[in-house]
Design a protein around this ligand. Sequence first.
Ligand code: C5J
Length: 242
Amino acid sequence: MPATPPAPPSETQLAAEPAPLAFHPARAALVIIDMQRDFLEPGGFGETLGNDVSRLQAAVAPCQAVLAAARAAGLMVIHTREGHRPDMMDAPPAKVERGAPTARIGCAGPMGRILIRGEPGHDIIAALAPAPGEPVLDKPGKGAFYQTDLELMLKNRGIDTLLVAGVTTEVCVHTTIREGNDRGYRCVALADCCASYIPEFHRVGLEMIKAQGGIFGWVSDSTALLAALAGTATHAAPPSAA
Ligand code: C5J
């Protein structure tokens, strides 16, 4: 006989735009997108594209704060990494060949082969290292749902709200939020926990999410999430999916 799901904990209110959002901590996941050395450190994929990677550092401390709060509150925490198999069978030529980087995906760099799984540059930065038991999702694309088991994990854990952090705002964060929105999740971008190499894209990327009544999500920040989670009980055993 199937077990009766435990009653969900009480909702908490998150200050967000375009409107506050009520969510159950046990049904929310913190999804930290691609906080990898390849994007944040010199010599990686981000720099080969001509970017100033130091711009992404602003998101690290806010991410650390929400990660600690999410763990304390018992939220599901998921880390993602963009990258490819060493044989690059999952890397579309159209992606590898695009643009004029100083080194393409798969080329040797100071942190190993660029954007390749198992290489030092593919690792998540030490400041945001996943804890044991936290899923680390390897994705070949920009969105965290594409060709991954993210949706299955979320469904099995009864998750309906995604609190999204990471880099870059207008690429992998945006794509993941758009994918999640289309699948029926309430997706919240945590503004100061996201960053872009191009500050204007970060600003406008967030505007796009919350415009038109929240056309594909909400925008909040680390301060608001910490306040929302303060005083919430530990929800280590979330309810099953309905
Ligand atoms: C990019 C990402 N920008 N994680 N990837 O290529 O946003």
